[in-house]
Design a protein around this ligand. Structure first.
Ligand code: GLN
Length: 548
């Protein structure tokens, strides 16, 4: 029987509801419970796949291939369970299902309404997403008081009544601001937010109060009094310099214990030693590297959150401080590669659209010609192939058909656009499994014997997650190989998954996204390998590259 913890937010957005939920999950998991996590998003988009990373941050891809909210990335970095297509749903998806049922006549002539039809569908989706975990943590996106989130709040209110107080816990995250001019801590926004929640029938059991400094006893008492929450359940969550310190901080505040006792769970004490080790490794590096991330959405860091975290995990596992320098690829187009001087490693992340492409290609060339460790991810692998085709293999004007349909050398193209040397078009099309549509989710990759990739992973078969449409054009493989590019990873159906340059000290790129499976406790071989290579480059231990 699954119990539920519902996490809502009040006062303002961006208080870190996703992280708070994930950290509570981490502590409960360390006490021996199985955990599942769900994010409910009140917006109308059916999934976040179509939303601009500028507005909404990264799209996180799950093992089973759904495009989800970036909070699921936080969950997977903090807990051991993998999330999936049932772990994230939006108002759009709920309505789509309900309207589909209405069209099929499933409601037998009833008037279809928000209550009960929409709320029933929400509850059903929550139960499905919870699976058979001991505790399911459900984060409700948005802020209490938003029009959009009302049906979700109504659904979780109903679940509280149906399941009872010992199976449902309501956690509300609020902001307790400090007003500098009067040197006062203000509890009024929290009072109002809870009032709003209570007006729709939800009495929170726990308040997690975000504040710059530890909440003084007097303010806790005041909040408790005005919100009808026990004083010990008014938790202070102060700002920290490292995310991975939060599980220990919340545990010290007793968050997990309050949840456990309300749910009547007798649990082993929390064992956060793995988290302590992560924090200690991060705080006591014995080396430092500068890594350039040459991308497009660099103004909004959330667009590359999994990748930035994965690089830091590489640092944790090699005791290295990784300083990430975010570089707008268009700046390289305008001002050249001088910003890359002094970098110990260069990363080109995934992306869509042609803006800044030439800048990325220049960054690849710089890494290749100067023997600087290079890690290319998805689009970062495609630009590496384009750069190599143009500047080493002599294929002038090589390009991806994503950016130029009439390129003389479509080294990257949709499978439907590949031409055989005889001029026949590839047989695979949109209807075949890996056709012109997006390739999504985890698939297995075979690594070539003796390749750098195989030695980095320490095995010959891996599974990694994908999110892309374009592929390396197999009809160019032989020419590129002859010019010195190694295709070190292939999918079971012979698509290029990884490339490397045997003449270069560390030049590795993947069509898949390794960042989605990196977590702070285990790290990820590609990122660990990259950071180690950057360290060796810095200390001069790596050989210089042969000029391309
Ligand atoms: N735009 C490229 C494609 O669709 C790369 C996608 C990505 O980097 N995620 O293949």
């Amino acid at each position: 029987m699954t119990s539920y913890v519902f996490i809502t937010g009040g006062v303002v957005s961006s208080l870190g509801k996703g992280i708070t939920s994930a950290c509570l999950g981490a502590i409960l998991e360390s006490r021996g419970l199985t955990i599942s996590m769900i994010k409910l998003d009140p917006y109308i988009n059916v999934d976040p796949g179509t939303m601009s990373p500028f507005q909404h941050g990264e799209v996180f891809v799950t093992e089973d291939g759904s495009e989800t909210d970036l909070d699921l990335g936080h969950y997977e970095r903090f807990i051991r369970t993998t999330t999936g297509r049932n772990s994230n749903f939006t108002t759009g998806r709920i309505y789509e299902t309900v309207i589909g049922k209405e069209r099929r006549g499933d409601y037998l002539g009833a008037t279809v309404q928000v209550i009960p039809h929409i709320t029933d569908e929400i509850k059903e989706s929550i139960r499905r997403g919870a699976g058979d975990a001991d505790v399911c943590l459900v984060e409700i996106g948005g802020t209490v008081g938003d029009i959009e989130s009302l049906p979700f709040l109504e659904a979780i209110r109903q679940m509280g009544v149906e399941l009872g107080h010992d199976r449902v816990v309501y956690v509300h995250l609020t902001l307790v601001p400090y007003i500098k001019t009067s040197a006062e801590i203000k509890t009024k926004p929290t009072q109002h937010s809870v009032k709003e929640l209570r007006s729709i029938g939800i009495q929170p059991d726990i308040l997690v109060c975000r504040s710059e400094q530890q909440l003084p006893q007097e303010q806790r008492r005041k909040i408790a009094l005005f919100t009808n929450v026990p004083e010990k359940a008014v938790i202070s969550a102060t700002d920290v310099d490292d995310l991975y310190k939060i599980p220990a901080m919340m545990q010290r505040e007793g968050l997990d214990e309050i949840v456990a006792s309300q749910l009547r769970l007798e649990l082993a004490p929390a064992d956060l030693s793995e988290w302590d080790a992560v924090v200690a490794a991060k705080q006591n590096p014995d080396g430092e590297v500068n890594v350039a991330m040459v991308g497009k959405y660099v103004d909004l860091r959330d667009s590359y959150i999994s990748l930035s975290e994965a690089l830091l995990h590489g640092g944790i596992h090699t005791r290295t401080r990784v300083n990430i320098h975010y570089i707008e690829s268009q700046d390289i187009e305008a001002r050249g590669t001088s910003c890359l001087h002094g970098m110990d490693g260069i990363v080109v992340p995934g992306g869509f659209g042609d803006r800044g492409i030439e800048g990325k290609i220049q960054a690849v060339r710089f890494a290749r010609e100067n023997g600087i460790p290079y890690l290319g991810i998805c689009l970062g692998m495609q630009v590496a192939v384009i750069e190599f085709a143009r500047n080493v293999a002599g294929l002038d004007g090589a390009q991806s058909t994503e950016f130029d349909k009439s390129t003389p050398h479509p080294v990257i193209a949709l499978i439907t656009e590949w031409q055989t040397s005889a001029g026949a078009v590839e047989e695979r099309d949109e209807d075949s499994d890996l056709g012109g549509t997006m390739r999504l989710g985890a698939q297995s990759v075979d690594l070539a014997k003796g390749s750098l990739a195989a030695s980095i992973y320490g095995k010959r078969q891996i599974r990694e997650r994908h999110r892309h449409r374009y592929e390396v054009n197999n009809h160019y493989r032989e020419r590129l190989e002859q010019a010195g590019l190694r295709f070190s990873g292939l999918s079971v159906d012979d698509l290029v998954e990884m490339i490397e340059l045997p003449d270069h000290p560390w030049f590795v790129a993947s069509q898949f996204h390794p960042e989605f499976t990196s977590n702070p406790r285990d790290g990820h071989p590609l990122f660990t390998g990259f950071v180690l290579a950057a360290r060796k480059h810095k200390s001069g231990e790596l050989p210089r590259a042969a000029e391309g």
